[in-house]
Design a protein around this ligand. Structure first.
Ligand SMILES: [Zn+2]
Length: 375
């Protein structure tokens, strides 16, 4: 039955009808979209977090609508970086490692966030890293290298993001943000008090957002709830939002399982808040996935006394293993199966009833697909 409905969704989607007008049986198209990326979060990272909370299922594991697997290779490498990984999801095209919002030819590609902004939706992002870091940048900037952080910050002033919350305060100019129509909030208290429909919230005036172990507290979940309440005021067209648990990846690079677990649990609390917010409206598609796995983590033992799994890492870098995709809400059945990371873009477009004019699943099923051999 679900398959039939899925085909129906595609059929209706290709007719170009507006998302909020379509109801198929009890299945709606997605008016709102929340993409949640746990940077570097493979199944082992999720299971290590679950093992630390043995009494109840994590929010991510309570999702029963749909699960899939995303193949993460980039256009240049079997093992992607976060720039190419996020760009594949944000533009529907695999690109070269280190690139942000551009194709392998270095030319800009429209991102999902920019597309939905043009459609009249409100747009937002909440991250636990700098706002110029690879994952958030891949949704609003277009540069050939993720290390061009000043250019990335400058492209933010184009204004495609309505609400942005994260770090990197020193890279942005308050003057230019205000010129671009944003109010600026610094610190969580200030962020929560802001009442503007367009604002940028910084964790502090520092560049970095600290890890959970250094007192970040409820920043991610509280900021995400705030962004949801502001963006959802756009009752007519809906909203598109990116949330990133950015530092799960950093725990992996450090081969520090406690770091990974604390960050994954924080991200899961945020997932729970998003699902609570969207559960009853029946109009919001929530996608939870990763850009890649980090650390080659496996779980080789479990310490009952400390309720901690024991990890074994195989690298300090990213790995090429597919990552889980969890989907909840209208159109979620599109995310069942095994597919390329770039297909997530088209699945989201289809779920919202706004297909690409040239729908393409351009990369065949090939676990090692990439066009070059630059390692
Ligand atoms: Zn990384």
């Amino acid at each position: 039955m679900k398959r039939v409905l899925t085909l129906g969704l595609f059929g209706l989607a290709s007719m170009g009808l507006m998302a909020q007008d379509i109801v198929l049986g009890d299945v709606r198209l997605a008016k709102n979209i929340v993409v949640m990326i746990g940077d570097g979060t493979g199944l082992a990272q999720w299971w290590a977090a679950q093992s630390a909370r043995p009494d109840s299922a994590l929010a991510v594991f309570r999702i029963s609508d749909a699960m899939g697997l995303s193949m993460t290779s980039s256009a240049s490498n079997f093992i992607t970086d976060s720039g190419a990984g996020a760009t594949a999801i944000s533009t529907g095209e695999k690109t070269q490692n280190r690139m942000i919002g551009v194709g392998p030819d270095s030319m800009a590609r429209e991102t999902l966030l920019e597309f939905y902004k043009k459609q009249g939706k409100s747009t937002g992002m909440v991250v636990t890293c700098g706002l110029t870091h690879a994952t958030p940048a891949a949704f609003y900037a277009h540069v050939p290298s993720r290390y061009m952080d000043k250019e990335i910050a400058e492209q933010f002033y184009n204004g495609s993001v309505d609400v942005a919350i994260g770090g990197d305060y020193p890279l942005y100019s308050e003057k230019w943000l205000k010129k671009a129509g944003y109010s600026v909030a610094i610190g969580l208290d200030d962020i929560l008090e802001t009442d503007c429909p367009r604002f940028v919230g910084f964790y502090s005036k520092d560049k970095e957002v600290p890890p959970m172990s250094q007192g970040r507290g409820d920043f991610l979940t509280a900021s995400t709830k705030k962004a949801l309440s502001v963006l959802s005021r756009n009752d007519t067209a809906g909203f598109f939002m990116l949330v990133e648990g950015s530092q799960i990846d950093w725990g992996g690079h450090a081969n520090d399982l406690n770091y990974t677990v604390e960050e994954a649990l924080d991200f899961d609390r945020c997932i729970e808040a998003v699902l609570d917010f969207t559960r009853n409206d029946g109009q919001t598609l929530v996608i939870i996935t990763a850009d890649h796995e980090t650390g080659g983590l496996s779980l080789v033992n479990y310490e009952t006394d400390s309720t901690r799994s024991v990890g074994a890492w195989s690298t300090h870098e990213h790995t090429g293993i597919p990552v889980p995709v969890f989907a909840s809400g209208p159109g979620s059945s599109l995310f069942i199966g095994t597919y390329q990371n770039s297909d997530i873009y088209y699945k989201i477009r289809a779920a919202s009833g706004l297909m690409s004019e040239e729908p393409k699943s351009q990369v065949p099923f090939d676990p090692s697909v990439h066009h070059g051999d630059i390692h």
